[in-house]
Design a protein. Structure first.
Length: 84
């Protein structure tokens, strides 16, 4: 069994939305945690893309100059090796 460490925090939320959530028995902590996990994952993805942008640009430039190294064996619609 995996245990996670939980930490209390304070959030300021719209009172009407919070009241509705409680009336509907929505677990506000679980919803906030799920939304925060998603936001963190998206921010990490953006950070990784930004940190590696130069490498992506260099790879694209190399492909522009030299073509794709596997171009002759890639199967795609319209290529000679494509059969539907």
């Amino acid at each position: 069994m995996v245990f996670t460490i939980k930490r209390k925090t304070s959030l300021t939320l719209d009172a009407e939305v919070l009241d509705c959530a409680k009336a509907l028995e929505i677990n506000v902590s679980a919803v906030a945690e799920a939304a925060l996990r998603k936001a963190v994952a998206e921010a990490r993805r953006e950070q990784w893309l930004n940190e590696n942008a130069d490498s992506f640009a260099a790879q694209a430039a190399w492909h522009e100059r030299h073509g794709h190294p596997l171009a002759e064996i890639i199967c795609a619609p319209g290529s000679a090796s494509w059969s539907a």
